[in-house]
Ligand binder design. Structure first.
Ligand code: ZN
Length: 363
């Protein structure tokens, strides 16, 4: 950036990670000077984990509050939640739960022009959308919809996250999403070199350092799930905040996420988490980029994140991996290692086999 350019960053004003932090929400709302008419958007399961607790904490403080259950994160459904928010006219919306609820909240923020702030209360560590300004809908195909102001506050209650019945799998998926930054930054720098796209060396450098630190901490952290949740949460938050700082989705989104979206389109009903798909994408894209893909495989194996189709208990066929690789470049117009025309089917099969993501195709 030259001296005359203006960099405008919008980042969360309050980030709280710790135990019983849900009880801090009324204080946060007051200290940020927000009006006390609040709507909580939470999921059918997460309402019992955090949604109703937040409702009780707020109403006990005399704040006006309403709960909406987000059943679906399709674009159509998200529009209906915007209507509900418009009817109630809150000053604050709280996205309480997994990525789906938080993304629907961000969509409401994007669509509603009057003053409205969002608080993010994540219940898992499996995605980096909890603090970023970018919106993805149509779960699980994750279509990029646009951006909004990032949440004014992120409040992560470690106790609630630790109570997740599938905690270790979700921590591992968070690591999967985080290693995706290694390939995303490579793609970003590549687009700068080949297509003169704007690249922030500062943000790229900070993220690379954060990645190194994260990798050294994560395996020892896994011995203690509470520490692991804190380490993975911080890594995801740093990525989300850096996306807001640079106002560029490329900080956390490259060819590995394009593969993830393509695979989700191939296998919409398979029980695979976003971070698990990104992990497979990161292994194969790192190989294509000439990076050390084995390093990524080792990090993932250490935390128990799937590195091949067998690890996913054959929830998807090897053919789906090859087709997703072959079509990944169509999911987003951004320039990456996949180029404009993507991989041929033979090249896709080759990369999937060389990296051990698949062993052989079903005959
Ligand atoms: Zn992601």
């Amino acid at each position: 950036m030259s001296g005359s350019e203006i960099l405008e960053s919008v980042v969360p004003r309050s980030i709280i990670i710790g135990k019983s932090t849900i009880h801090r929400i009324p204080d946060v709302i007051q200290s940020l000077g927000l009006k006390q008419k609040i709507m909580i958007l939470t999921g059918p399961h997460t309402r019992f984990v955090v949604g109703e607790d937040i409702f009780n904490v707020l109403t006990n403080q005399g704040m006006n509050c309403e709960i909406v259950i987000v059943e679906n994160a399709s674009l159509e459904a998200a529009k209906s939640y915007v209507d509900l928010v418009e009817q109630y006219k809150p000053n604050v919306i709280i996205g309480a739960g997994g990525g789906k609820n938080i993304d629907v909240c961000k969509y409401c923020l994007n669509q509603i022009s009057r003053k409205l702030e969002m608080i993010s209360v994540p219940t898992t560590t499996s995605h980096d959308g909890l603090a970023s300004p970018f919106i993805f809908l149509n779960d699980p195909t994750e279509k990029y919809i646009g951006e909004c102001r990032p949440p004014i506050a992120v409040i992560a209650d470690v106790e609630k996250i630790l109570s997740h019945p599938d905690l270790i799998r979700f921590i591992a998926a968070g690591v999967g999403d985080t290693v995706g930054k290694i390939t995303a930054i490579w793609d970003w720098r590549h687009a700068w070199r080949i297509k003169s796209e704007k690249f922030s060396r500062f943000v790229g450098g900070v993220l690379e350092n954060a990645e190194t630190l994260f990798q050294s901490q994560v395996s020892e952290a896994l011995i203690d799930p509470e520490h692991a949740v804190q380490v993975v949460l911080k890594a995801l938050l740093i990525a989300g905040v850096l996306m807001g700082t640079s106002n560029d989705i490329r900080v956390g989104y490259g060819s590995e996420h394009m593969f993830s979206a393509a695979l989700a389109a191939q296998t919409p009903n398979a029980d695979i988490l976003h971070g698990e798909r990104v992990a497979l994408g990161a292994i194969m894209m790192a190989k294509l980029q000439g990076q050390n893909h084995r390093k990524i495989v080792n990090i993932l194996k250490n935390v128990g994140c799937p590195t091949n189709v067998e690890d996913l208990n054959d929830k998807i066929l090897p053919e789906a991996i090859v087709t997703a690789l072959h079509t990944a470049h169509k999911t987003n117009s951004m320039y990456t290692v996949l180029g404009h025309s993507g991989l041929t089917k033979d090249a896709a099969l080759n990369i999937a086999q060389i990296t051990g993501v698949i062993s052989e195709l079903h005959k």
